[in-house]
Write a protein that binds this ligand. Structure first.
Ligand code: FA5
Length: 348
């Protein structure tokens, strides 16, 4: 019976034929195995255990051949549908202009392009936390206790709600390890400190990420925006290196679309963590638009992280990513970037 079943199952070419054979051999009511099982009643009592064992072995064999035949048919079906796929037929056209097609947000595209350009200039991209402590956002950046940059009106300090008296909720400042309030970082310059604390010179990094300030939204301001921070510290680094790197950066970033020189100007300025300091403006929409600050890393900052300002010097810059993206695409209102209107976003 087992060899009968094997021969029959092997010949079956479709699922219907196989099902008919399954009923013929393994059918619960009138299958051939069932018939034998029924006949077992008349077997001599002493032969019964051996006959039972033999019956089970044959049954198992038949079931296994059925399984094998099922697998064979299933894989044959896959092969035939794979054969039906014609790789030489033309594909469906891909409409990039359709708003339904997913794409990267213009800010993400800008960030990727900036990382790529700065990478070619030898700057490694690193990340830092968005929730910062007093030390990294202020102290290590040479911003003293009384400095206006710490004003609660200029920063998002973190608070937790705790149950007060009479069931009311009270705000409690969320404190860092030093007991001082935590805040959402207001600039990516915090990452300069994190890198310098952990790495011996030379250092050449960029850090791109979100920063937060309670600024009122207008055409060029938003309470959450992105900055690209650059830092280069090594023996003999000068202001000329800063200007050279920034000039190469703009020219690569904006020059991809046009060969015209990109008009950028530097103005003297002040930051607690750089000396001297400058601010950079770019010609946009018929006027100068401020895009960032920069300067030579202040010796106080270097000393605080254990560097010797007699041995190494460095430059740093921090630029607004949204404004650079706006200049690139001719966007005149920063809020358009965060309204999430697909008709706007689909253009990039
Ligand atoms: C800074 O944040 C300094 N950390 C820059 C720096 C880094 C100086 C390293 C020296 C060395 P500032 O506050 O000017 O500087 O901000 C830098 C840029 O961020 C601005 O020029 C502007 O392009 C952008 N920016 C500032 N506030 C907003 C805002 N609310 N919305 C969009 N972009 C903003």
């Amino acid at each position: 019976l087992a060899s009968d079943a094997q021969a029959a199952f092997e010949k079956a070419t479709d699922n219907d034929a196989l099902e008919a054979l399954r009923v013929e051999f393994l059918g619960a009511k009138a299958g051939r195995l069932k018939a034998i099982q029924k006949g077992m009643g008349s077997v001599d009592k002493t032969d019964k255990p051996a006959a039972g064992q033999r019956f089970n072995a044959v049954k198992e064999l038949v079931e296994q051949t059925l399984e094998a035949a099922l697998t064979r048919l299933a894989s044959a079906t896959t092969t035939s549908s794979a054969e039906a796929f014609d790789a030489t037929r033309p594909g469906k056209p891909y409409h990039r202009s359709e708003w339904r097609v997913g794409r990267l947000h213009p800010i993400t595209q800008t960030i990727e392009r900036m990382k790529e350009i700065m990478g070619r200039l030898g700057f490694t991209a690193v990340e830092g936390p968005e929730v910062e402590d007093d030390h990294h956002n202020f102290v290590a950046l040479n911003i003293p206790e009384s400095h206006p940059a710490r004003d609660p009106l200029d920063n998002f300090y973190l608070a937790t709600a705790v149950a007060g008296q009479n069931g009311t909720a009270e705000r409690l400042a969320a404190a860092g390890p030093d007991g001082k309030p935590l805040l959402l970082r207001s600039q990516t310059s915090t990452v300069q400190i994190r890198v310098l604390e952990e790495t011996p010179p030379p250092v050449r990094i960029v850090s791109l990420g979100r920063v937060y300030r309670p600024d009122t939204a207008d055409a060029t301001h938003y309470p959450m925006f992105h900055q690209i921070e650059g830092l280069c510290v090594a023996p003999g680094v000068t202001m000329a290196d800063l200007k050279g790197v920034l000039q190469m950066f703009w020219q690569s970033y904006f020059g991809m679309e046009s060969n015209e020189p990109i008009e950028v100007r530097f103005r003297p300025s002040f930051f607690p963590f750089t000396e001297p300091s400058v601010e950079c403006d770019i010609w946009h929409d018929g006027k100068w638009m401020e895009i960032g600050g920069a300067g030579m890393v202040d010796p106080n900052v270097l000393r605080a992280v254990g560097y010797d300002p007699e041995e190494v010097t460095g430059f740093a810059f921090g630029l607004g990513i949204e404004r650079i993206c706006m200049r690139q695409h001719g966007i005149t209102d920063i809020r358009d970037l965060y309204t999430n209107d697909v008709r706007f976003l689909a253009q990039f």
